[in-house]
Structures are given as C-alpha cells and as structure tokens.
Ligand binder design. Structure first.
Ligand SMILES: [Zn+2]
Ligand SMILES: [Zn+2]
Length: 434
C-alpha cells in the first residue's frame, strides 16, 4: 500500500480525488489561511469503494438494420428494465446520416406504438402513395433519428449511457462472420478476406486501427461463433487483437450449446484459453448479449431483448471506464444470476451469489491443468451455496467459474435454459516459472 501525504494550502475547495480515501485530518491555523493535512491511502480496497456494478448490453439491433423497432423504443425498453448502458450495434451501419424507412403492414404496429410514445412533435413522417398497389393505398415514410438526436432524451450522468457501436457483418463463402465494435467513432465497412481467419483478422485489425488513430478505446468482440457453425475453435484461437467473444447470445439460431459434432461456446472458450495461454497469449473473456431483433411478441422463436447481459465493475458510467474494466476482466456475464464480491488472490478465487428464495446454485470451477492441456476445461470443483470459493493449487493454467441456477430462464433463446452467470478467467501464476 502506498501512502501519500498532501499538505494543501487552504481554499474552500473540497478535494476528493477518485481512487483515494481520505483518512484524516483538518487543522486550523489562525488567520485567513489554514492547512489541510490529508493522508490519502491508495489501495485496492479504496479503489473498490469507488466502483459500482453497471448492467449493460453490447449487442442489439434496431430498424437502422434488421431490428423491428425504432432506436428510441429500443433504448426506452432497456432503460426501463434497469440497464445502465446500451450499445445498439446495427449491421454495417451507425445511427448516422439520413435514413428513411417505409412503413408497411409488417411495421404498422411498431409505427403506431412509436408515434404514441414520442408524439407528432418528435416523429418525422411523410405519407406516400403506394404505386405498386395501383395508387390506392397510402404508406408512410419515417425518418430514423440519429444517435446524436435521440441520445439527449435518454442519457443521464451516472444512470444511463448510450455507446455507439456497429456489427461489422462479413462472410466467407456461406459462413456468417460478425464482429462488434463497441464505442466505434466512424463507420467501418466489412473488410473481407480469403479465409475465415483472414476475414475475422482483417475486421479486428480495422477496428484496432481506428482505436489507434482516434485514441479512443474501441472494443472488438467476436459475435456468436456457432451461428451457422461458421467459426471453429481452432480458427477463433488464432485471431489476434481480440480478447472478447460471446459465450452467450440470446438469438434463437446461434447454438450456444453446440450439438453432437460441434463444441458448445463454453467448451470453445476453454479450448481457446488453453491454446492462447500455453503460447503466452492473452486471456479471452466471455460476454453475454441479447442480439435482439424483435421487441414485441416474446417467445423462443424470436430474438427478444433481456436474455443476456454483462455486469461491469467500473469507476464511472462512461465508455472509457466501462471498456477499461472489461479489458481487465472486471465483469461477469449473466442470463439471470447476480453476483457480488468477486475476488481472487494467489490462493483463492471466489464470489458471492445474491440468492433468490428456493433457488439452488451450483458453481463449477473450470480449469485446464498445465501438464494435461489436452483435457482442457475440466470441472475441478463444484460447490453449492451462496459463497463458492476455489482453492488455487498452482498447477492450473487458468481458473474460471460458471454458476448454474435451478431457476428456468424466462423467455429463453433456447427452450429449457436455466439462469446462469459466467465469472471471467484468471491466469494462475506458475510457481515453477518464477
Ligand atoms: Zn450477427
Ligand atoms: Zn447481431
């Protein structure tokens, strides 16, 4: 623990730098000056006290691409459900520039709802004649609001934040290859390539290049690797410059659980972690996201909002602070289970589960042993109860945890899902290497 002693000539200003905890003391001196002697302790504990859990979703869609509702309606839904941040990541577009949509019979309900919620002062609509029907039907053209336009009616400091995002939507042959860019500053078109790895790498590289050129933290993450079983574990393990993927995606077509011939996203995660960490690479972190497209008609065939999210332990509700926390693994992914007090040291790795009545929680501590890397992703210890703790033995490459509750998930992407949480992996120091 470092200790700083600050002696500050007095003013009326209150000094309260972040990440520091004031321990003592105010002394007064006769006259118009007084001295403040403050002892600030900089420590992990004091940093902890300034952090909060923020709930958010980094992957969702609106009418700017193939979502079925207006970005204001989408944002309103998330804010009303208690989310703190949202990144609407439409396919190959930002919410920028002029875009009009035609309201036909499939979009009429959403249009009416939008108009009822936001009113004629806000909604920009032009009637047009439907020439295809012989000119006897009237349609509406609606201009989609840009992020710059709708952001001010939702954002509140410390309470709700919108983050600009794009789902770079590419493919190789028939395989869909999608990568999100969170906090993107300018549109990036899909970069293409001559193999799955090349397409993914070119898109990650373009996102990284924008991060470097703008100086803004922009986070790439690989979407739904099992959608169309487009990305094999071997391919995903070879991508450089991307440390995030979706261990859970709420879209009903993405095969989180794999099948007889394809690994689940959990198995895939352990394969990637093992391969990367054995080669001196960095940790791959796992996100849970909605990938919502359908904001009415809640059922397991639809891609509804509210299925998967992340809880980020950040110092402030800003894109910079959230991404900084994500990049050190200070978050967990959830489809319903809430956690607190996540901690790890050289000896232990544990956390607390916020219990719900009559729900049983089983925590799997998952490791790969250094001397048996071919058996990646072994459940070495299972615990039930509210305070699971794993004792690190030192022969692990990494440890991560998955909490599986007995509570069925409401409106699951796949029927039969139970609520879960994924705690991020930590690299275990190898005593033999020190
Ligand atoms: Zn996608
Ligand atoms: Zn998507």
């Amino acid at each position: 623990m470092k200790t700083l002693i600050l002696i500050i000539a007095a003013t009326a200003t209150t000094i309260n730098p972040k990440n520091m905890q004031q321990k003592t003391v105010i002394q007064t001196i006769p006259g118009f000056l007084f001295l403040v002697l403050a002892v600030w302790a900089c420590s992990g504990q004091s940093l902890e006290s300034t952090r909060q859990w923020y709930k958010g979703n980094l992957h969702t869609h609106s009418l700017w691409s193939d979502g079925d509702d207006y970005p204001e309606v989408v944002t309103r839904w998330y804010k009303q459900q208690g989310y703190h941040f949202l990144a609407i990541s439409d396919h190959n577009t930002l919410h920028d520039g002029e875009k009009w949509i035609t309201v036909d019979s499939t979009g009429y309900e959403q249009y009416l709802h939008y108009w009822q919620l936001f009113g004629e002062q806000w909604v920009e609509v032009h009637p047009v004649t439907d020439t295809l029907s012989g000119g006897d039907a009237e349609l509406w053209r609606v201009r989609l609001k840009t992020l710059a336009e709708y952001r001010p009616i939702f954002e509140e400091p410390g309470k709700f934040l919108l983050i600009q995002a794009e789902e770079l939507t590419d493919r190789f042959e028939r395989k869909p290859l999608h990568i999100n860019a969170t906090n993107i500053q300018h549109h990036i078109p899909p970069q293409h390539g001559n193999s799955v790895i090349e397409v993914l790498q070119n898109n990650v590289d373009a996102i990284r290049a924008q991060r470097e050129s703008t100086g803004e933290p922009i986070l790439p993450h690989i979407n739904h690797p099992n959608f169309g079983y487009a990305i094999s574990p071997e391919e995903l393990a070879q991508i450089e410059g991307d440390n995030f993927f979706e261990v859970y995606n709420g879209h009903p077509l993405v095969h989180n659980a794999g099948d007889e011939t394809h690994a689940s996203t959990d198995e895939l995660w352990d394969y990637i972690l093992t391969r990367r960490l054995l080669n001196g690479g960095s940790i791959m972190y796992g996100l849970a996201v909605d990938d919502a497209h359908h904001y009415s008609g809640f059922n397991s065939r639809a891609a509804n909002p509210g299925r998967g999210w992340i809880m980020v332990h950040a110092a402030e509700l800003s894109a910079e602070n959230l991404i900084a926390a994500l990049e050190v693994g200070d978050f967990y992914a959830s489809t319903g289970v809430s956690l607190d007090s996540i901690h790890h040291s050289e000896k232990t790795y544990g956390f607390s589960i916020k219990p719900e009545p009559e729900v049983i929680y089983t925590t799997q501590f998952i490791v790969t042993l250094r001397d048996r890397p071919e058996e990646h992703g072994v459940v070495r210890f299972s615990a039930t109860g509210q305070h699971p703790v794993y004792t690190i033995r030192g022969d692990e490459l990494y440890v991560r945890a998955k909490v599986i509750s007995s509570k069925p998930k409401a409106d699951p992407g796949t029927p039969g899902e139970k609520e879960c949480a994924w705690v991020q992996p930590v690299l275990v120091n190898n005593p033999a290497a020190q």
